[in-house]
Design a binder for this molecule. Structure first.
Ligand code: NAI
Length: 447
């Protein structure tokens, strides 16, 4: 073990898993050329030198490449899990042992341990935070607003043990934060609207080089992968019901159709529903789709999208999964009350019996692509995490000048990431001729 690793406080499953983790991280790194270029520049320029950075992200091989990039930039990094089931234990071990990064994440951790890990990230007293679902920023704001009852017990106990000025410094010390996912951005925009947001946040999710690719192609492919790995079901000829036709839902619908499934979409937004209909899918309310589906996937960021009243109408053997950020999209509490079970059927598959019919819930309703598969392919995370890394650099440079609001990664950075990605893929594109530039900027030429 290196000296750095000895010094780092960490909580991972088993540091001895490091060699396997290193192979995985290297494998992912091969598909992350844009982040690789940023890492080279960061190592020279040290834009995050002396900064304390706490990141609450899915601890996967792609995230490891980001963490190493942030460390190369000079940051002192602490990493905790943003979901109890998404950690790759060997990757966590590799970061601790080979890079001396303090990781607090164990796959399958219970509620208490999950929040002890969040507490470790807060105790790092970060200047910059990175979130995937706003758990760090959410906790910091509960502390700022003195809403101790809204903190998870391990975090509350720790905060209550701090002197008052140290509590206040936790929040005032933050220059800004970045947020990875749609659900987190929605929470943060609500905080900004209520005037309670205490520092600027960069909504990485809102970059075009993030949601157009990560949410659509990344979630699309990896959600299908997670469902297939968990169940080994044949998708060809199956009826798959997709709740939510946003960026993620579009991607899953597209890939399910490619696998031969008959896709039904449920929506609450008339425009998205119309788009799904014209993309060639059947569109109907969940109550109508319930008796038709063999597989159900929620990707809405919303609460109780599949309820017991729907589950009662499902076929014997229906499979229900979620790929939205939180495990709130399927009413599992209601199901547990109404049904017998859960009885483990295979890893990540729980059987319930409801009105004499079997129902299979995958990964306890948590993100199926991260729980049962490996999350997004590295090639899309390359762009998402390029946005994270450049977003952190931007915060350090501009944070003091930014309002306490939710901001986008500047458009020129977004474009530059796309340009670098295309270059890495060996794809050249045209550039505007001077004549075309003049034409597109004018209203009276060429008519
Ligand atoms: P989005 O905002 O583009 O789409 C969500 C869609 O769900 C909207 O069209 C909305 O009208 C619809 N919706 C809301 N309530 C509904 C209901 N009751 N029934 C049917 N439709 C409903 O959001 P996006 O980017 O597609 O993200 C969706 C969720 O997936 C979020 O929680 C996000 O954080 C999460 N996410 C998960 C990833 C993963 O790895 N599994 C990756 C990226 C995002």
């Amino acid at each position: 073990m290196t000296t750095a690793a000895k010094e780092a406080a960490y909580d991972v499953k088993d540091p001895a898993l490091a060699p396997e983790g290193r192979r995985r991280v290297e494998w992912a790194g091969r598909s992350m050329p844009v982040l690789g270029l940023i890492r080279e520049r960061f190592a020279k320029e040290q834009p995050l030198k002396g900064r304390r950075l706490s990141a609450c992200l899915h601890v996967t091989s792609e995230t490891a490449n980001l963490a190493v990039t942030l460390k190369a930039a000079g940051a002192d990094v602490v990493l905790c899990a943003s979901n109890p089931l998404s950690t790759q234990d060997d990757v966590a071990a590799h970061l601790v042992r080979d890079h001396g990064i303090a990781v607090h994440a164990v796959k399958g951790e219970d509620h208490d341990r999950y929040y002890r890990h969040i507490q470790a990230a807060l105790a790092h007293r970060p200047d910059i935070t990175m979130d995937d679902g706003a758990d760090l920023v959410g906790s910091l704001h509960m502390i700022a607003l003195n809403r101790m009852d809204d903190l998870a017990p391990p975090v509350r106990r720790w905060v209550e043990s701090l002197p008052k000025d140290a509590r206040a410094a936790l929040v005032t010390g933050v220059v800004g934060s970045t947020e990875e996912t749609t659900t987190g951005v929605i929470r943060l925009k609500a905080m900004a609207k209520d005037g309670v947001l205490r520092f600027p946040v960069i909504a990485v999710n809102d970059s075009e080089t993030k949601h157009l690719f990560d949410n659509r192609y990344g979630t699309g492919q990896s959600t299908v992968d997670g469902i297939v790995r968990a169940t080994n079901l044949l998708l060809a000829g199956a009826t798959v019901v997709i709740a939510g036709y946003g960026w993620c839902g579009r991607g899953v619908a597209m890939r399910m159709r490619g696998a031969g499934a008959n896709v039904i979409v449920t929506e609450v937004d008339a425009v998205k529903a119309l788009e799904a209909q014209m993309d060639g899918y059947r569109v109907m309310p969940m109550a109508a789709a319930a008796p038709l589906g063999d597989v159900f996937v929620t990707l809405t960021g919303d609460l109780n999208v599949i309820r017991v009243e729907h589950m009662r109408r499902m076929k014997d053997g229906a499979v229900v999964a979620n790929s939205g950020h939180f495990n709130v999209e399927i009413d599992l509490d209601g199901l547990k009350q109404a049904a017998q079970g859960p009885r483990p059927a295979r890893p990540f598959v729980d059987e319930f019996v409801l009105d004499g019919k079997r129902l299979f819930v995958l990964a306890e309703g948590r993100l199926i692509n991260l729980a049962a598969a490996e999350g997004h392919p590295a090639s899309v995370m390359d762009m998402s995490f390029a946005n994270q890394a450049l977003g952190a650099e931007y915060l350090v440079g501009q944070g003091a000048a930014l309002s306490r609001d939710v901001h986008r990664v500047p458009r020129e950075i977004d474009r530059e990431i796309a340009r670098l990605k295309l270059a890495a893929m060996g794809t050249a594109i045209d550039t505007l001729t001077p004549e075309q530039e003049r034409y597109l900027a004018s209203w009276d030429l060429g008519t």
